[in-house]
Design a protein around this ligand. Sequence first.
Ligand code: MEV
Length: 326
Amino acid sequence: MRQVVVSAPGVVKLFGEHAVVYGKPAIAMAINKRLRVAALPRSDGHVKIIARDLKAMGLIINVAGNGEIAIETEYGMAMNAISYVRTAIEVAKKYLREPRGVELDISSDMPVGAGLGTSAAVAVASIKAYASAFGYHLTNDEVASLAHEVEKTVQGAASPMDSTVSALGGIHIITLQDRSRLSMGPLPLVVGYVDRESTTKDLVNNVKELRARYPALIGSIMDAIGEAVLLARNALESNDLATVAELMNINQGLLESLGVSTGRINSLIYAARRAGALGAKLSGAGGGGIVIALAPEAVKEVKIAMEIAGGHSFPVEKDDEGARVD
Ligand code: MEV
């Protein structure tokens, strides 16, 4: 019995969030910040999860038998984060001839739950680590669709954006049915983040209600976001960063009109632009969370400006590698 460590990258949403839920394309990028799951097989049927960075410790769940995994013990843990791990094990155990127990130690070099796709990364890395610990090789394509299943189960609804990009790495244009990897050079971004004020589930629901009240108007905004994504794809593939940045600003305006930006997000965005970012927008569901800024000539200035505006900030790069056994 040996320990297997699997890491999976975080994800920033570059274009098309929210509209992707209604069939429009979106573009997302894996970043050079990883979440790691170390899996050590146990001889009993228990799964123990140690996840200091998820504020979860010593959770014991029973994986043996054909029934549902039962939580036996839990201590002061972040239930939302841990439910991704638990569901990942439930999904992955179907692929094992004889489901067995495992100890999972989870750590992250990015903030968890901020909007960097860490719930998808947790699902991706847990599935791959659990299977690998028992000698089963799942391809990253297989892991991507299993992790999407996990996200849908936990959240009720989720696009395949985060699970696909965390499993496969690189930059992808994604629709609900399809995906394609973009070939392009480096894309240095500065990430800023503030506390979340609302959950992804609530924000997706708010947009749904807005769309029900104003179907034609919100439909046109979704169409415009879809158009921005297609233009951004061409700009990214021709490394035309000035156009990419301009489209980020347009996409941000459209997200603002969907009601998912906040005053704190907007403060970071305007601070980043004033400090030399060519483009800046929220990334993900909004309601707080992540801001991304494209500032090839002013990374340090933009990072400091976002911190002064009340956020945390760090630079990120594209990571072409997805989930891997480290
Ligand atoms: C959340 O990161 C992105 C949304 O488009 C929801 C999803 O794609 O599942 C808001």
